[in-house]
Design a protein around this ligand. Sequence first.
Ligand code: 13P
Ligand code: 13P
Ligand code: MG
Ligand code: MG
Length: 385
Amino acid sequence: MAEERVTISVIKADIGSLAGHHKVHPDTILAASRVLVEAKKNGKIKSFYVTHVGDDLQLIMTHFKGVDNPEVHEIAWNAFKEATKVAKELGLYAAGQDLLSDAFSGNVRGMGPGVAEMEFVERPSEPVIVFMADKTEPGAFNLPLYRIFADPFNTAGLVIDPRMHDGFIFQVMDVYEGQVVELSLPEEMYDLLALIGTPSRYIIKRVFRKSDREIGAVVSSERLSLIAGRYVGKDDPVMIVRAQSGFPAVGEVLEPFSFPHLVAGWMRGSHHGPLMPVGLKDAKMTRFDGPPRVVALGFQIKNGELIGPADLFDDPAFDETRRLAQQITDYMRRHGPFMPHRLGPEEMEYTTLPEVLEKLKKRFKPADLGYKPHAKTGDSGEIHD
Ligand code: 13P
Ligand code: 13P
Ligand code: MG
Ligand code: MG
């Protein structure tokens, strides 16, 4: 068993929800769980935990088949299909929302569900934390991941633990171009920040320990609108982080979430709001379909088995964060339809702008600016001559 490689797969989808985009219905959780019970009985997966955050159904599985395994992905796909059937029977909202295709062809990536998976040789004690967020996008984890693995003011271990002192390698994905680049921290800190400060485009996909390239974190990077070419719901992301013994301590991994930073994806996928850390009991969306929330479940993995979970944000230590998030919620909401509460035109999932511009086309008249406009900002946010 010692050298056996275990895989943890977190695969999620919004297959329809109760009361708009508020929360997953328990009967759909049951339907998905039945598929996983069967898969475990047949030895296809070692263990699993099914839960939800807001309207996203979350399948957390362990097995020995590696990442991107067709059998494991098919189990997840079938679980979502079964849950969708129930969602349709109950008339749940947006039933089947994230299943963009009818035919499964070996891998759920690119079909709508979000996927984060990592494979490693289990340590004698293997703590992992699964983060699951609703009403936001994968780049929402950029800021906390930077703090966890690169900021010595957050993670004391970077300074005082010899096993972490060399730093970490960040793999960043450009989801517009489909390219990936690796940056070595701390040396390339400013280059990394230049990229990941644009979280809609540059997403931290994986983090590796520099000394031995052991994997420390992985994030789902699916962006539904880029897959489908139209608005189909937001890409509510998941992330897996390994902790302790040469990785950041659990408390160092949770610490960045004490700051409710602004993320994209609230209300109709088109607004910025604070990311509020909550326990499972509060993992449901209300105010303006939010505010965006994140849950952290802590597990130990032993012989491939998930032990736990611990509901890590279900704790008064995050009460002040939640209070601040509420204040930011009030503040942002008062902007109504104005940016920066509303996203920029290139990132909005809903927009009437083309129709409005078309309607007003004939009514736009030349204006005397007093200069000839030179640079213009295109849809991509790039400056063109
Ligand atoms: P490890 O050295 O086992 O990671 O423990 C560090 C710790 O938990 C301090 O908070
Ligand atoms: P979801 O992406 O979580 O389904 O939310 C969609 C939405 O528009 C909420 O306002
Ligand atoms: Mg939804
Ligand atoms: Mg959702």
